[in-house]
Design a protein around this ligand. Structure first.
Ligand SMILES: [Fe+2]
Ligand SMILES: [Fe+2]
Length: 316
């Protein structure tokens, strides 16, 4: 176990222009050996301080949260407020498990297409192992919280199968999808780590943010290395798909879960006020995609028609 429970881990970045992509990948792989966590050994689940208490006021959404800032939420009794806050966390961990499942299956497919000796092979396996521990942590949290995280439709399952195939056929687009999921989660968790949250959530987020720093760094540098070498057709596909994928992923990660709206009978106008029309929510969505949007711009993927889509989806 490391660091105090108040630290926010640093982001991982290439060591200047001298570090080549294969060197970076090798360094990230070594870090996976010296700085890695186990879902059970490194989270003291049975410590009484780590018990998930739905009445803990630290679960309550604050003024900086789209729903937390509404009059409707503020008028609810404290136990309802904290239960809703916990329920939102449960739903995002549940989505996290689904996302990481797709990601891991894609990564394993990507690895099998690599030639013997490619440093990405070892890295991809480290990442798959880390994601598996994250999913175990998230699932353990959902199970212990005892709140219904909702279910997913057939359409989303079909979309998942397509993304997994992308990892082998069009890895650049696959890693953009990866950033679309990892960047918003990382942004939200880094923000939450600066606030007062229960120890179990703090510990999970700290482990996650530390290891995701490597995953984000790999995906970004992979795109920086590979996108400039793409032909014009694939570049055009990426330019159009980027805002569509990123907009969808950010919504998936940050929009209000249906099960929460139903369980607490949140009036439709409150949901619209908070999410559809809420400037606060839009700012969170934009903020969560800021780094990947900058990367797309740097890679020349925001041009002409694609710029129009970014604006249309209100993510630029
Ligand atoms: Fe993860
Ligand atoms: Fe990750």
């Amino acid at each position: 176990m490391e660091a105090s429970l108040t630290t926010v881990p640093d982001e991982e970045a290439p060591q200047g222009a001298r570090e080549t992509f294969p060197e970076l990948v090798a360094r990230l792989s070594r870090l996976s050996v010296t700085k890695h966590y186990d879902a059970y050994a490194d989270v003291p689940w049975d410590d009484p301080a780590y018990r998930i208490d739905p009445d803990d006021p630290r679960w309550q959404a604050g003024d900086d949260h789209a729903l937390g800032a509404t009059d409707w939420y503020k008028s609810q009794p404290p136990d309802v407020r904290s239960r809703i806050g916990l329920h939102i966390v449960v739903c995002s961990m549940h989505i996290g498990v689904e996302f990481e499942n797709i990601l891991t299956r894609g990564l394993l497919g990507f690895a099998m297409k690599l030639p013997v000796g490619a440093p990405e092979f070892r890295y991809a396996y480290h990442e798959a192992i880390e994601e598996s521990h994250h999913s175990l942590m998230f699932r353990e949290f959902v199970t212990r919280a005892g709140l219904d995280p909702g279910t997913r439709g057939a359409l989303k399952r079909a979309g998942a199968a397509r993304v997994i195939r992308l990892a082998q056929r069009f890895p650049e687009l696959f890693f953009l999808f990866v950033l679309g999921g990892e960047d918003p989660i990382d942004h939200v968790q880094r923000t939450l780590l600066r606030t007062d949250v229960p120890p179990v959530l703090r510990r999970i987020m700290q482990i996650h943010v530390t290891e995701e720093a490597r995953h984000l760094c790999f995906a970004r540098e992979f795109l920086r290395t590979r996108v400039p070498k793409l032909g014009p057709v694939r570049r055009q596909i990426m330019a159009i798909q980027a805002p569509l994928i990123l907009g969808t992923m950010a919504r998936e990660m940050l929009n209000p879960p249906e099960i929460v709206a139903r369980t607490y009978q949140i009036p439709r106008h409150v949901l619209h006020e908070a999410y559809r029309d809420g400037e606060l929510h839009r700012a969170v969505v934009r903020g969560s995609l800021e780094k990947v949007r900058k990367l797309c711009s740097e890679l020349g993927l925001i041009t002409g028609f694609s710029r129009f889509i970014w604006r249309r989806l209100k993510i630029a």
